[in-house]
Design a protein around this ligand. Sequence first.
Ligand SMILES: [Zn+2]
Length: 161
Amino acid sequence: MKFQVHYQGQTTHANLQGDIVAGTGPSLARLAAQLGGSRVVIDMGLVRSCNSIGCREWAQAIGLVCAARKVDLVECPVAFIDSCNLIPMMLGPAGSRAMIKTFYAPYYCNPCSQEFTALLDAEAVRAPKRLDPKPCPACKALTKAEVEAEDYLIFLDRMPK
Ligand SMILES: [Zn+2]
């Protein structure tokens, strides 16, 4: 797993590339060591998969990143959201948790037999707690989410208000 880091005022942007697998913990600890500023935005868009060892390491190391600054996670993929729903510590320790700002949800268009994902804003779906239908990229038909909102949005309850 690699991070590309750039700085913008008090905010550090880190783009994560690779999978959350064994070795994730040390990578995240190295990132924590080079972070300045009071806020970090981690772009998760290029994460493809998470396995259980990787998630355990991530959960242990994310606390270091969250300890001294505000952490926002953007473009979180479905695999990461599934892990967050199973493992509360994926967002860090209670009291200094990372915020998921935007995330992907899975959709399945029956007529096209095609899966797609849609990027959603966490704040916008938090109060209604629902996954609105999204247009299929192929046929444009409004399509229901492939997952139940009450299951898929569990992570929202664990984030700071
Ligand atoms: Zn379709």
